[in-house]
Ligand binder design. Structure first.
Ligand code: AMP
Length: 284
């Protein structure tokens, strides 16, 4: 494992590797690595000669300054986990490398409908920040393929749109499955911020998603959403369900009727005191 922190170095390295005929995979992260992140690195390693993993907590995608401040930063243990992996290069830039002259100097992108629903609705400006950092990272790491987690499903649609429709760059996007704890909770860097009671209640999220999957077509979509929300709110430490939706998987548009044949997904965001978690499962 090699660590690069200079923007110029990473760009020059990626260009050299590609000129030498080596395939490059890219895994963008905010660090505090867990098995979910490592699964993306493994997928990339299986299909490429080199995997670049970036570790950068991007200030411009946090709508809540306290969430940014409290976001776990565990560089030493991140590097220790990656040390065992072959063909991995870590890119750990500073804010000045990503935003020379400040974030206002960097273009902003808009994603239409996706900006206004689910995460876009509840985290104002979030996807503008995601678009800004991903565009800059992809400029510095012009990989063959970028690996994203289904965990951030809406974000992966936003990034696909950025790459294909907005930037029009020849980078393939691979979406990898969600890695979960044995009790079903989706792995997340924010899970370490849950106390014991909250951690117990957090399992309700996956249970509610599974409930929807098991009961789809046995009840109306509206009923399923309502019952799932009630299941989650049984957790004493759960303060709010920001949303619980069953939508068309390709577009995140609401299905026209309960018996649609199109591929569906169910997604939720749940708030505890001080921690907000998201999760989803595909219903096909
Ligand atoms: P983050 O560090 O939270 O920005 O996540 C970096 C990448 O890892 C994103 O593409 C996430 O969707 C992905 N990721 C996060 N959690 C998981 C998980 N539990 N399983 C699979 N991928 C994940």
């Amino acid at each position: 494992m090699k660590v690069l922190d200079k923007a110029d170095d990473v760009l020059a390295s990626v260009i050299n590797w590609k000129n030498d005929g080596r395939r490059v995979g890219f895994v963008p992260t905010m660090g505090a690595l867990h098995d979910g992140h490592l699964s993306l690195v493994r997928s990339s390693n299986a299909e490429n000669d080199v995997t670049v993993i970036s570790i950068f907590v991007n200030p411009t995608q946090f709508n809540d300054p306290l969430d940014f401040q409290k976001y776990p930063r565990t560089l030493q243990s991140d590097l220790a986990q990656l040390k065992k992996m072959e063909q991995v290069v870590v890119f750990h830039p500073r804010v000045e490398d990503i935003y020379p002259g400040g974030p206002d100097n960097q273009p902003m992108y808009h994603f239409g409908y996706l900006d206004h629903i689910l995460e876009g609705e509840h985290r104002a400006g979030h996807f503008a920040g995601v678009g800004q950092v991903v565009a800059r990272l992809l400029h510095l790491v012009p990989a063959n393929t970028v690996y994203l987690g289904q965990k951030d499903y809406q974000q992966s649609l936003v990034i696909k749109k950025l790459i294909v429709e907005i930037l029009g760059i020849p980078i393939e996007v691979v979406i990898c499955p969600i890695i979960r704890e044995p009790d079903g909770l989706a792995m997340s860097s924010r899970n370490v911020r849950l106390n014991v009671e909250q951690r117990k209640d957090a399992t309700l999220i996956f249970q509610a998603l599974q409930f929807v999957k098991s009961n789809l077509r046995h009840a109306s979509i509206e009923d399923l959403e309502r019952q799932a929300i009630n299941m989650i709110l049984k957790g004493n430490t759960i303060r709010e369900v920001d949303y619980f939706k069953i939508l068309l998987a390709d577009s995140l548009i609401a299905p026209e009727n309960d018996s649609t044949n199109e591929k569906l997904i169910t997604l939720t965001a749940v708030q505890f005191d001080g921690v907000r978690l998201i999760d989803n499962i595909l219903l096909y």
